[in-house]
Design a protein around this ligand. Structure first.
Ligand SMILES: Cc1cc2nc3c(=O)[nH]c(=O)nc-3n(C[C@H](O)[C@H](O)[C@H](O)COP(=O)(O)O)c2cc1C
Length: 263
């Protein structure tokens, strides 16, 4: 529900113009809302008088626009994108909780289709070791199950398991990362976009990430692991290992020739 403070509303019509669903109109020079909308919050954000609110949301969380604070230097941004690397070697020191919270904010504020805002973020820190053991114990049975439809994965997971069994430090799934963030969403694109913003935020905090498709696949194939995570009926879209990198890259990594079609 959208609430309009009639005292503050000056009837400028900016919210009416910006509403993607056409749910606002002007009546006797005041904005009026007709239910129901996707609560995208554009009306809140565009109102010059701060007359619009969504009472069921935390309005104290809304920040005022400040031109001087809002600037992403294009060169810096591209530099960050190019120098970002998948991290497979981490320092033991975990990321501070405040930094983790900022990274989660970047995920939470990422757009979602129809503004569903339905991503859940599961942070494994204290219980990561317990989860790791549980997951590794699942591997032999999972590899057996995958033998028919995905023989390469079955072989690879068996090989990784044997290495881990010999030496727990040789962990090719968790890479000894001190924490892991899982993004749960029924829309893979929503989850992926949130994860991408979180990775950029992590880089801004001096941290590094590895998206693990293997972990995501293993967890999705295991009702036991999904139960443990509290997501038996939901989809895990991204699994991100996260921590301070124990490796410094001296230059960008080369890429294939760009495949861009200009028309
Ligand atoms: C969706 C996704 C899943 C990935 N899964 C794994 C994985 O399971 N294990 C791994 O070592 N790397 C994984 N990677 C990392 C890629 O292999 C990596 O992006 C690629 O080697 C290029 O290196 P860069 O990210 O440093 O540029 C994944 C990356 C993405 C985007």
């Amino acid at each position: 529900m959208i609430a309009i403070d009639k005292e503050k509303c000056i009837g400028c019509g900016m919210c009416v113009k910006d509403c993607p669903a056409g749910k606002l109109k002007l009546k006797e020079k005041k904005a009026v809302y007709t239910p129901e909308c996707i609560e995208c919050g554009h009306c809140v954000a565009v109102c010059p008088m701060a007359a619009v609110s969504i009472p069921e949301y935390d309005m104290a969380d809304v920040e005022e626009y400040n031109k001087d604070e809002f600037s992403i230097d294009p060169e810096h941004f591209l530099h960050a994108v190019k120098f970002r690397r998948s991290i497979r070697s981490y320092k033991k020191q975990p990321l501070e909780k405040e930094k983790m919270e900022k990274i989660l904010q970047a995920g939470r504020y990422t757009p979602t289709a129809k503004n569903s805002q339905s991503c859940r973020f599961i942070v494994l820190r204290n219980e990561l070791e317990e989860f790791k053991t549980l997951l590794w114990e699942e591997i032999p049975e999972l590899a057996e199950r995958l033998k028919g439809e995905m023989p390469q994965y079955a072989m690879l997971f068996k090989f990784m398991y044997r290495r881990w069994k010999k030496d727990h430090a040789a962990d090719q799934l968790f890479f000894n990362a001190p924490s892991c963030i899982m993004v749960v969403s029924d829309n893979p694109l929503d989850g992926g976009l949130a994860a991408a913003n979180m990775e950029t935020m992590a880089a801004a905090e001096g941290a590094g990430v590895l998206f693990s498709g293997y972990l995501q696949r293993i967890i999705e194939a295991s009702p036991k692991l999904k139960e443990w995570l509290g997501i038996p009926d939901r989809h895990l879209t991204s699994c991100m290992l996260i921590g301070y990198p124990a490796v410094t890259y001296k230059r960008t990594a080369p890429r294939k020739k760009a495949d861009i079609v200009w028309r």
